[in-house]
Design a protein around this ligand. Structure first.
Ligand SMILES: [Zn+2]
Length: 193
């Protein structure tokens, strides 16, 4: 049986093993009591231990001093967990195809029925805002309305789940959809359902 810290670390490792995140990019969080746990900033995944996961209050303060500093993108994790009571886990990745489409400010339409796993008939792209900023968080929340995935312009993607495993599954599928859409665009105009 995993503790929440162990589970968050395991999913963070899996994001790297699957190639969705590289180096120190990307981060993840999970609701924990009346606060949340988020991955630490600027740390290689290989070096992380469960103890390095940072416990935060919903006010955005670390619960325990002396711990690692939270991901610089903790704000949208907090805001999403606060605004979406049905969601318990948030994953953020700079995966190749999602980020490529995000750099083109492209919304992913319903060109494939699997788009439904992301909660609707499109994956929206939130307008660009500086990483870690309140504007980025506000833009992301809007793009995630009635959805479990969105792109962040010139940045990457966010996926949501009732559990970390669900958020991970949606991240894998969203990246697949972005790759398939990208490939389809190479040879013409994909048919939209
Ligand atoms: Zn990022």
């Amino acid at each position: 049986m995993y503790t929440a810290r162990e589970h968050l670390l395991a999913v963070t490792r899996k994001l790297h093993a699957l190639g969705l995140n590289k180096g120190t990019s990307g981060n993840a969080s999970v609701r924990d009591g009346d606060g949340f746990l988020v991955t630490p900033t600027g740390m290689e995944v290989e070096a992380m231990t469960p103890h390095d996961m940072v416990a935060m209050t919903m006010d955005g303060e670390p619960r325990n001093h002396g711990e690692r500093k939270p991901s610089s993108e903790w704000r949208f994790h907090r805001d999403i967990l606060q605004a979406r009571p049905e969601i318990n886990a948030v994953i953020h990745a700079h995966s190749m195809f999602a980020t490529t489409m995000a750099c083109m400010h492209k919304e992913i339409p319903a060109f494939h029925y699997m788009i439904a796993v992301t909660g609707g008939d499109s994956i929206r792209c939130a307008p660009y805002a500086l990483f870690g900023s309140q504007s980025l968080s506000d833009n992301a929340l809007k793009a995630l309305q009635d959805r479990r995935a969105c792109l962040l312009a010139n940045h990457g993607m966010i996926t949501l789940g009732e559990t970390l495993d669900e958020a991970l599954d949606i991240a894998v599928e969203a990246e697949n959809l972005c790759e398939q859409y990208w490939r389809a665009l190479q040879i013409g105009k994909p048919h939209v359902l």
